[in-house]
Design a protein around this ligand. Structure first.
Ligand SMILES: Nc1ncnc2c1ncn2[C@@H]1O[C@H](COP(=O)(O)OP(=O)(O)OP(=O)(O)O)[C@@H](O)[C@H]1O
Length: 436
């Protein structure tokens, strides 16, 4: 490690960027150009985010992790008169050993894959508020261990993003990350999905059999999303695997050793479910080794504009647009709104606005669609014969679900939020009414 640090230290000495108050690069030191192969004429007046990517993981006061021209770095950002100075630093005395370890692991990841794959790292978890930095720091520490993690937080707060980042930073990073949404698996299919089955295990089974999610995650991480939605029976089956660390396919005769790390997530209060007898206490304690609570977006309003700006840049790239800023009215609205669907909701609002926006500024008008004012456009009234109360209720429910799904662009978690019902209940209704 010392050699790596020494080498990197030499490379980046005196590497500096200076920006104005809008984040546009106004000066770049010769060392910065040289060591990161950045041409002055190409970066001057560009946004600093175009050069320092994946920025945002605060490692220590004023010290950030970011990727500069493909190289993971630690840098310091300091406010100056009229702007900011970004100084790349990797000296051993300036940063804590753990932080260097974190950085070198990230470097290893970048080197090993040549190019980052599209899994997430901590760099992709945006936010500089104290509460999210605290969770990121804790998650980075937990990542190195092999223990089970329970992620709790409202829908859309980034639980899956955290799960992937933990996996990416762990020693299992070169093995699979397998995500399972427990709501989406009907109880009768749980065993075949999770444990897999041998050829001819049941009628309708694939001829050649099928490996289960546990087998697919071998040596890697199994992410169990919405764990609270497993039935009591399925919880028991899962517990047995976690305890015995062995799995046997349905219709099989031999069991295989299981080497997986489990990360579970829920947006419900598992402790209360245990008290109510709806969640097995023994499974709860298996999962509750490390409990990471992801704060809701309304509890970290400092992050809203930073996230909005990052999403604008993301959609600029995807849609070939050149939006540079938001108008003041929109910024104020974004900060004041409560975001019940959290970061997911913010992201989809920005995406919708970006579809309409032209020019350089994203305006309130671009996002001002009916749901903002609470007014739903009136549908053409069609006189229909009154049906039985049961049929009328059923039709009203179908109509509300379809409207919510449309509003949420097909995102079921967000649609459930808009309807103020639990996502599991939405899944059940979709299946009951056979909705697409
Ligand atoms: N801190 C963040 N920085 C950048 N993007 C984020 C952040 N948090 C969430 N997102 C984005 O918001 C969306 C929802 O995130 P994710 O699916 O991880 O949430 P979740 O908590 O697992 O939701 P659910 O409980 O509904 O499954 C994704 O597009 C994700 O990339």
């Amino acid at each position: 490690m010392t050699n790596d640090i020494g080498q990197l230290e030499k490379q980046v000495q005196a590497a500096k960027l200076v920006t104005d108050h809008t984040g546009r690069i106004k000066d770049i030191s010769p060392a910065m150009s040289y060591h990161f192969s950045l041409k002055e004429e190409e970066v001057l007046n560009c946004s600093v985010h175009a050069v320092i990517k994946e920025a945002g993981t605060r490692r220590k006061d004023g010290v950030f992790y970011g990727v500069i021209a493909g190289v993971p770095c630690l840098y310091q950002s300091e406010k100056t008169v009229g702007g900011r100075t970004y100084q790349v630093l990797l000296r051993e005395n300036d940063v804590h050993k753990k932080e260097l370890q974190f950085m070198l692991q990230a470097m290893d990841r970048t080197k090993g894959k040549g190019k980052r794959d599209n899994r997430y790292g901590f760099g992709e978890i945006l936010g500089n508020s104290a509460s999210i930095c605290q969770v990121k720091d804790l998650a980075a520490k937990i990542a190195i261990s092999n223990s089970t993690v329970l992620l709790t937080g409202e829908s859309g707060t980034g639980k899956e993003l955290f799960a992937q980042a933990i996996h990416d930073l762990s020693s299992r990073k070169n093995h699979p990350f397998v995500a399972v949404n427990c709501v989406a698996i009907p109880d009768d299919l749980f065993e075949s999905e999770i444990f897999g089955y041998e050829a001819g295990a049941f009628s309708g089974a694939k001829k050649e059999g099928k490996p289960g999610k546990i087998e697919l995650a071998q040596h890697g991480t199994l992410f169990l999303d919405e764990i609270s939605e497993l039935t009591y029976q399925s919880q028991g089956k899962l517990l047995r695997v976690l305890q015995e660390r062995e799995v046997e396919r349905l219709g099989g005769t031999a069991s295989k050793n299981v080497d997986i790390r489990v990360i579970a997530a829920t947006n419900r209060d598992l402790k209360s479910l245990v008290k109510e007898g709806k969640f097995r206490q023994d499974l709860f304690y298996r999962l509750y080794v490390f409990d990471l609570q992801i704060p809701a977006l309304r509890q970290r309003k400092d992050d809203i504009l930073l996230l909005a700006q990052a999403f604008i840049e993301e959609y600029n790239r995807k849609m070939g647009k050149e939006i540079e800023r938001m108008d003041l009215e929109l910024e104020e609205w974004l900060v004041h709104y409560d975001w019940p669907g959290n970061v997911r909701e913010l992201k989809s609002y920005i995406e919708r606005g970006m579809n309409i926006a032209e020019g350089k500024t994203l305006k309130m008008d671009h996002l001002a669609f009916p749901s903002f004012s609470g007014q739903i456009p009136k549908e053409e009234e069609q006189p229909t014969a009154l049906e039985s109360l049961e049929a009328e209720v059923r039709n009203a429910e179908i109509h509300a679900i379809q409207k919510a799904l449309k509003e949420a662009d097909g995102d079921r978690s967000l649609a459930a939020h808009l309807l103020r019902i639990h996502v599991a209940s939405l899944y059940r209704k979709i299946s009951k009414y056979n909705l697409k």
